[in-house]
Ligand binder design. Structure first.
Ligand code: ZN
Length: 367
């Protein structure tokens, strides 16, 4: 399966010759296998110039014989001549496209990892919780915590109104205490779950008053991971939890991007820890200073790269000022910056065109 580690590995891959990168929409709710195979053939025909025939054959063979039809998005990187082959079936959708370059084209994967990578969903009720850890839409782990039965303090499984009327003040208070203790223990269990899986985001689900109380007893480091609430029932199954959480993450993404773009613009305007524009961004990426790279979706720009140390620039220089190496023209300096930031452990946010205005690319710095 595809995860953060796989992404980092891809960012480090570089070939002597052209690597074929393929993204294919294989979502069975939208199209059948004949349709996406046809699209692939068309895409490969358009780009055929730069691609080795054996890579085309390898991809076609994979689709014909090895791919099991699972997932919504298929991503393949192939350079047979140098033994490079990666194939991932993703549980999240991709847009079809083919790219040929010396390195794998990873921006669409980076975007999806930013959106759907490493998140947890906790459903809580008055007695316990159900925890899910997803990565790129795939359920990686699931665990439950069951506290003491709340209902046995009342007569049957009646409503709380019935409970108040039927029971005494004392049993009402006892019930509240019991619920509180259950929520606290659930919070401890969820904290352990998060310590184990290190999600970047946490979504909560369940009855609204219970979720609100739960957040009061949730330790601060876990509470800070909470980005939203799911409108699903405690009994919701895996499919419902996944679909709802993916939809919510997409929704929240807009808000998050608005904030991070604003932070970039403000800090760049004030000359603080932000830079904008390709020139300056490449310069800080070279130095490994990028904490968050913000880049407009589908922004491509040619540039130059030192064959010695990998230094990126928009200007043609004779010799590298760092290593004396020679520069070679590269078709996509933006993609090269994305790869460099992923490799060095920074975050990349691929944002909608209109949000970046004329800037197109920028970076928030580590220092
Ligand atoms: Zn150099």
């Amino acid at each position: 399966m595809f995860d953060e580690r796989a992404l980092k590995e891809l960012a480090s891959v570089e070939a002597e010759g052209p690597i074929l990168s393929v993204y294919l929409n294989v979502d069975s709710t939208q199209r059948n296998s004949e349709e996406y195979k046809l699209e692939l053939r068309e895409l490969l025909k358009c780009k055929a110039d730069g691609i080795d025939n054996e890579d085309i054959e390898a991809v076609k063979r994979y689709l014909e014989y090895d791919y099991d039809g699972s997932g919504r998005g298929l991503v393949i990187f192939s350079r047979q001549a140098e033994g490079i082959w990666y194939a991932y079936s993703l549980a999240v959708p991709v847009c079809s496209g083919v790219t040929v370059a010396r390195r794998p084209y990873i921006s669409p994967l980076v975007e999806r990892d930013g959106l759907y990578g490493r998140y947890a969903v906790a459903l809580v009720d008055r007695q316990g919780g159900k925890f899910h850890f997803f990565d790129m839409g795939e359920l990686v782990d699931q665990r439950g915590f069951v506290g003491e039965d709340v209902h046995h303090t009342r007569r049957g499984r009646g409503s709380s109104v019935h409970g108040m009327r039927g029971g005494s003040q004392l049993s009402g208070r006892r019930e509240a205490e019991l619920v509180n203790r259950n929520l606290k223990e659930t919070a401890v269990a969820l904290t352990e779950f998060c310590q184990e899986h290190l999600p970047r985001r946490l979504l909560l689900g369940g009855a609204e008053p219970t979720v609100a109380k739960f957040r009061e007893v949730l330790p601060a480091p876990v509470n800070e991971l909470v980005v939203g609430s799911l409108g699903v029932d405690f009994e919701a199954g895996e499919v419902e939890v996944r679909e709802q959480s993916l939809a919510l993450l997409r929704e929240l993404e807009q808000e998050r991007h608005e904030k991070v773009v604003e932070a970039l613009m403000t800090s760049a305007a004030k000359g603080l820890n932000g830079v904008v524009g390709l020139d300056q961004t490449l310069s800080v990426a070279n130095e490994g200073r990028v904490q968050v790279l913000l880049v407009e979706r589908d922004y491509h720009q040619s540039g130059y790269q030192c064959t010695g140390c990998g230094y990126l620039t928009t200007q043609r220089l004779n010799r590298c000022i760092f290593c004396g190496g020679e520069f070679t023209e590269i078709p996509d300096a933006v993609e090269a910056a994305v790869t460099q930031v992923v490799e060095k452990g920074g975050t990349v946010e691929v944002v909608d065109e209109e949000r970046m205005e004329d800037t197109r690319i920028g970076a928030l710095l580590r220092y």
